[in-house]
Design a protein. Structure first.
Length: 253
């Protein structure tokens, strides 16, 4: 049984995780925003590497049923209908729509593991459901990679702490001695020891949270630490993020 954490997508070999389960985390804010959008009725979220790619992808979708969403360094991309705030993903805004989304961190992490199977989308807001789905995938495959989006290809405290929380939830204490783990798993668990179960304390200690607060996104940070607000687990497959049923999730594995 192998368990690995990567604190950024840098150095992650897409070929090495092809056909294997991956859990992607971008707590502030992309994975949180995707979860909220799908919970509020969005049909799908299509990740795009850049704003230009997003525009091209949107051109191939039915007009009136697609929304462009995204940001660069927390600022909404000019001309896009939505940014990357979970608070924007209301039922009125996203219901029945397909979002084409590009972000600085989270979307890039998803694209980095294109071909892994399943690719689960996790955050605090769907923690228990995502941990359960990741555990099931881990048990079947015998291995799991937890990928943190990080912040501009560098370590981000909030994602690393979330990874540690997922490790603790997915692997019972008695089984950890028999696991093959990388150093980042150990480091992530140390963050959990430091902050305990206090999502707010861990996340608000991060530089990214301070950056968002300085730019007026304090409510986004507060929203992102609300554990288990939703019970769905988005899955990235076939170049789009959708909500899949339990049966479909098993088939995706």
């Amino acid at each position: 049984m192998k368990l690995a954490v990567h604190f950024t997508p840098v150095g992650v070999n897409a070929g090495a995780v092809a056909g294997k389960p991956v859990l992607v985390i971008d707590l502030l804010r992309a994975t949180t925003s995707m979860i909220v959008a799908l919970a509020h009725g969005a049909k799908a979220v299509i990740p795009a590497a850049s704003a230009d790619d997003a525009l091209k992808l949107a051109q191939n979708l039915e007009k009136g049923h697609v929304l462009l969403a995204g940001e660069r360094r927390a600022e909404r991309i000019p001309g896009f209908a939505l940014g990357n705030s979970p608070l924007e993903m209301t039922p009125q805004a996203v219901g029945g729509k397909t979002l084409v989304m590009t972000t600085t961190n989270g979307v890039q992490a998803l694209l980095a593991v294109d071909g892994a199977r399943p690719v689960l989308v996790g955050a605090a807001v769907n923690f228990s459901a995502a941990a359960r789905a990741a555990w099931q995938a881990f048990e079947r495959a015998g291995e799991l990679t937890i990928l943190c989006a990080g912040r501009e290809k560098a370590f981000a405290l909030e994602d690393a702490y979330a990874a540690g929380r997922f490790v603790e939830a997915i692997v019972p204490g008695k089984r950890r001695r028999s696991l093959e783990v990388n150093d980042a798993v150990i480091a992530a668990r140390e963050l959990v020891k430091k902050f305990g179960n206090d999502w707010k304390k861990a996340v608000t200690a991060s530089a990214h949270a301070r950056y968002l607060k300085e730019r007026g996104f304090e409510q986004d940070v507060a929203f992102a630490v609300q554990m288990d607000s939703f019970s769905l687990v988005p899955v990235y497959a076939d170049r789009r993020v959708t909500t899949m049923s339990h049966v479909q999730l098993q088939n995706a594995e």
